[in-house]
Design a protein around this ligand. Sequence first.
Ligand SMILES: [Zn+2]
Ligand SMILES: [Zn+2]
Ligand SMILES: [Zn+2]
Length: 156
Amino acid sequence: MKQVRSSEWTGAFKQHRLRLTKPRQLIVDVLGATSDHLSAEEVYLRVHPKYARIGLTTVYRTLDVLVRMGIVSRLDFGDARSRYELVERSGKPSHHHHLVCSSCKRVVEYDDFMDEEVKLIKKLEKALSRKHGFGITGHVVQFLGLCPACKTLARA
Ligand SMILES: [Zn+2]
Ligand SMILES: [Zn+2]
Ligand SMILES: [Zn+2]
């Protein structure tokens, strides 16, 4: 996983008339340095050693701002805590779908979409926006189930 430097985000912050404050910069850096889907607590634990003044509340508030700016996406893997990841990695959109193991919480990301998958989603988006008059700008696709290891355990 390539690292994203927060300097790449300066433009996005300017566009939203927001300053690239130290906490914002550090949180984007932490998310850019991992391919994991971190919870707010995990973000906090990684930022804190570099910036002892930061509190968990600031992390929560900053993540909210980043989500509203479209820099970070918030995910829910069905375990009652939000997870966060960068919308773009190394300046490129990192659109992918998730397979989430509901037992060990392992997450598989894939972006080698099947043609049928892409077609189906486009068709769905079109139909849904017609039906609900909703201007769809994106989607989050996530499948829940058991990973190969947990499936084996469940059978044993
Ligand atoms: Zn997609
Ligand atoms: Zn599993
Ligand atoms: Zn992901």
